[in-house]
Design a protein around this ligand. Structure first.
Ligand code: C5P
Length: 237
């Protein structure tokens, strides 16, 4: 069952094995944050791991970024929904029909997870997207794909915190913006390049912040989460 909670922080559970993930999960409560399970942990540990985290009362963002023909993506989204997760995602570049099929299949299932789209991966530069045939800047493509996602009835997009302001201004207040690339002012950037602090990302219009290593690799993850949560509530006020 989904546990409603007000947290805007989604902690990325990027661990090589389950024990480390459960160690962290054991130290935090479901009303302090939501959790993201990505391709690495899902591929290693499978749906049982997801069910276990959900059973512990956490809202789970299952970050599998589906991208395939409409029927396959719709069926995969239905399978993800059966796990009781709170949010799932697809690639917007899979097209309008793929996104509509996913949304429609979830609606048939009744209580559905939030469905968001990845636009242009933040790891891709202007040259990278030109090489695979996209015209225009990454920002122009992000906006175009986000509009298609909105028209297809999706709930929001995953975007860089730097794109949040422009997307919020153009896509309205109801469209959810989920942003990774968030770093507290005093922490390492790791391999993230264009980062924003939690407070600035919220003020720019983000609904949810995906944060991994500043919490998972902290000497005291509970304290790191508490500090970030305080910054987020101050920025939300
Ligand atoms: O440790 P860190 O805070 O960088 O983790 C960010 C999480 O968000 C990782 O799980 C990463 O895969 C994910 N992510 C990202 N940038 C994107 C999409 C997802 O960092 N554009």
């Amino acid at each position: 069952m989904q546990q409603p909670n007000g947290s805007r922080i989604i902690v990325a559970l990027d661990f090589p094995e389950a024990a480390a993930a459960f160690d962290l999960i054991g130290r935090i409560a479901p009303d302090q944050c939501r959790l993201k399970i990505g391709k690495e942990m899902f591929t290693r540990l499978g749906p049982d791991f997801v069910r276990e985290v959900v059973a512990r009362g956490f809202d789970v963002f299952l970050d599998l970024k589906f991208h395939d023909i409409p029927n396959t993506v719709a069926a995969s989204c239905a399978a993800a929904a059966e796990l009781g997760v709170w949010m799932i995602n697809v690639h917007a570049s899979g097209g309008r029909r793929m996104m509509e099929a996913a949304r429609e299949r979830l609606e048939v299932a009744g209580a559905r997870p939030m469905l968001v789209a990845v636009t242009i991966l933040t790891s891709l530069s202007g040259e990278d997207i030109a090489e695979v045939g996209f015209q225009g800047t990454p920002e122009e493509n992000v906006l175009r794909l986000a509009r298609v996602a909105q028209e297809a009835g999706l709930d929001g997009v995953v975007c860089s915190p730097r794109e949040t302001g422009a997307l919020r201004a153009r896509l309205g207040t109801d469209f959810r913006l989920v942003t990774p690339g968030v770093r507290p002012a005093n922490s390492a950037d790791d391999d993230q390049r264009r980062v924003m602090t939690p407070g600035d990302a919220i003020r720019a219009g983000a609904n949810y912040l995906v944060i991994g290593r500043p919490i998972t690799a902290a000497a005291n993850p509970t304290e790191a989460l508490r500090r970030i949560a305080a910054e987020v509530s101050q920025a939300s006020a």
